[in-house]
Ligand binder design. Sequence first.
Ligand code: FMN
Length: 374
Amino acid sequence: MLNPFSKVDISFDDFRQSAKKRLPKLLFEYIDGAASDSSGEIDNRELIRKLRLKTKALINVEDRSLNHKVFRIPSKLPVGIAPMGMVQMAGVGADEALAKYAAKYEIPVGVSTAASMSLEKYAEYSRGYAWFQLYYMADHVELEKLLNRILKAGYKTLVFTIDVPEVGFRPNEIKNGLTMPFKLGPRQIFDFAIHPSWSLKTLLHGAPKFGNFSDTNSFNRNASRAGADWEFLKYLRDHWPNNLVIKGVLNTEDAKNMKGIGVDGIYVSSHGGRQLASAPHPIEMLPKIRKALGNDVQIFYDSGLRSGEDLVKAYALGANFAFMGRPWSMAYAANNRHGIDNYIKYLCKETSVAMAMIGRRNIEEICFDDIFWN
Ligand SMILES: Cc1cc2nc3c(=O)[nH]c(=O)nc-3n(C[C@H](O)[C@H](O)[C@H](O)COP(=O)(O)O)c2cc1C
């Protein structure tokens, strides 16, 4: 029976608070954290919050739909799952749940190179809705082996992340002694011991591991990727036959050069503020990059989207498809699959209300006329 006194999580902040209680501090702060003083993440969210949607009255908006399209493939929700390394940290079964969610709602799920489930399982559970996210690899022989493996698993979209020449400077990870794979000292053991619901389940299942590499030494999350350059991008374009999306773009000149090289999508993102606190705010760069590229390149957006109104704002500023990262992990950490179901239920409700208020019946209708800076 439903406990009338149990707490109901509705907003991102509700789920974040529940996740904070359930997860060991080390893991909560890994998911939640951002670069340096976190100002890049906080300020971008504040800018999104301050954006105003233009209300329009007396338009018949009875028939509204949240169905959308990405690379001409229909989706049942206007939001995808951004690639996240080691999502299993949010709870046992997180990767499988996200992949199955992608299949159910026909939305893209990003599979990080550092994912905690293999790319083959992601392809299977998502029924082909998975996009593989690649980090720079200097060794072309290894890279080509990986590209062949991704193609063989049936991937139609490769996302190359470019905003990681080095892993961002994240003070919390240093303070908490986060290493992957985990190294347990007295502080980490105490942290796990006082969060038994996460720790016992994980103990039974086994600690999160890199899913794409059987040998833990063959992937180093903290390795430098500073060798990535324009030649590498051209090489990748020549060696990847399907959709190529570049993630982490915050510069209009870069975006134009990438379009010139023939990429299929530009993914505007600050990695959720996890890489450079002083980077340009992605929500400000989105309309600028849209203006610079015109309408013949797909533009994707993530960073700081938390609510249905936020989603509408991203579409109004020129995104072809919007993604979220932390919200999926926080919702899963809060209450497993039910957490995600509830979060998405209210997110959809809010998106639909926001569309009604601005006189729009579907996502394609949302446009630059619908928004203004406060
Ligand atoms: C825990 C965590 C792990 C992430 N790992 C990756 C990754 O492996 N590759 C990648 O391209 N982006 C990664 N990201 C960034 C996300 O893809 C996305 O850009 C970001 O989360 C969007 O911001 P949001 O969390 O505010 O929605 C990660 C983000 C989080 C929170």
